[in-house]
Design a binder for this molecule. Sequence first.
Ligand code: ACM
Ligand code: ZN
Length: 588
Amino acid sequence: MANTEKVMTTSLRHMSVEMIVGLAMVALALTSTAVRAFGADQPALLPRPAKVAMGTGQFTITPATKVLYAKGDARLADAATYLAGRLSQAFDKKVVAEATGAAEPPAGGILMTTAGADAALGDEGYCLTVTDTGVVIRAPKAAGAFYGGITLLQLAPAEAFRGLAMVEGKLGGKPTKSPPRPCDEPNISPAKPVDSLAVPCATVTDKPRFAWRGLLIDPARHFWTIDELKQYADYMALHKLNSLQIHFTDHQNWCVEVMKYPNLTPDKARVAAQPELLANQTYHKPARRYYTREQLKSLVAYAAKRFVNIVPEFEMPGHSGAFLRGCPECGCTVNGKQVGGGEVCPGNEKTYQVLQAMLDEMLEVFPSQYIHIGADECGKRNWGKCSECQKRMKAEALKSVTELHGYFVGRMSEYLQKKGRTLVGWDEILESGAKKGAIGMYWRSGRADKLIKNASTNGQYLVMTPTAHCYFDYVQSPEKKSEPQGFGGSVITLKRTYELDPLPDYIEQANPKVVLGAQANLWGERMKSFPHVLYMTYPRACALCEIAWSTDEGRDYAEFLKRLRSHLKRLDAAGINYREPTDIDKPK
Ligand code: ACM
Ligand code: ZN
């Protein structure tokens, strides 16, 4: 146990981007001509929708405008309630969301409905029609209606985004104190409530290119309050991002309450005994650095109302220092003694019992189809010396500790499958062990290319999140004086994120369906405050959301930057901290 601190990640993230080899469709059924038609007369929608036809005239939304939704659909009610909530913030007056039996909006209303929707728009597509008498959002599923609502807000002036995240219990129209920018200066959101919002007449027909559009946040390295996590999810929804992976556990901390194993979560006594646990907490020092089950359930519900799925990550078998501090009996046995370290013992049956019992509890809290077990950067330090590991290798005829890792992943994969869930892991799981249907997150740019080529043959899936484009803990510019701290010496500019190609030719030709989508990861080691988290996330998440949502036809960084300029005004109004693009972000 005592040596746990020594085994902190020796991460591949230390590699410079320049050392990393960069990555080299689900074709949209909609026509691509309109995509190219984006120009000066087009609204600055972001991510860029598939098709926009501008009309003439406008519709004016006021506090009296009702947001109606087809009766009996609870998820449509969520979508409508969210839109009404945002409008309420903009006006500082309550806008009503109400069920209706009507298939068309009454004059002056906004209607969300699945009736008459084009099934080809899929699970998340929509058709938004604004005329001078009202608004209709038709979508096959409620998620599409929700995204149609976001597009409607983007058609309106930036004030439509006024106010901070609508964390439950904090709705209200007071001017909101924005997070500091870039990282330290207090800043007040300039948006004042408005009396009305004029929206140009238009028809927007749209659907995402990929189903997985994600971000990762890392409270194991730096603890964020549950309200901050809610804000993070809320801001994602504004960008049509739908998957929030939370890295709940690592060497430094295990920050989810597990009732059967209370020693996993640090309590005050442990923090007192190990003050270094709080050494990185320069921003806020919550007395308790873990989330209760009730808090987690409230986060899941909050995110679900914004069509954001929480994908929990519980690291195993590596990155397990905190786990082993709480459950030392799951460590390896070397020279007759149980040792701690960074990896659990895959030879010991107890390890499976504890981890699976922990997962059983977590499956009650997290309804997500996808459960992430990490499985990256496993040092396997003790496995070669451990009597239990050696026994297991012999019994299972495993030739190496890598195969032992595969055995472990295979067992967890089977376990989750039995529970009706899908295992997700970093791309190391594709090396061995992951079962058919498992999802590997491609992160080791240039090192795991062979694995991603094999995924299709093995019936596995991929989420593209390569270090070379998607590691948001790397700084956005080499300007050392103006930039807050990032991880290592690498730089990932906005442009670099925008250059991500989630479907390199060699995958597209083989089997494009293997790629579920794209994700960016904001690891927490260097984050010093929540405004810093937002600063590192935006505007790169604006680039990521476009890569994950929009087709690549006609993709043009200069044109994206123009729309981004308008979009940043929305972030200002919402009080979302971001890095102001500078010369380095200009198209070359
Ligand atoms: C990772 O960055 N170790 C997935
Ligand atoms: Zn062992």
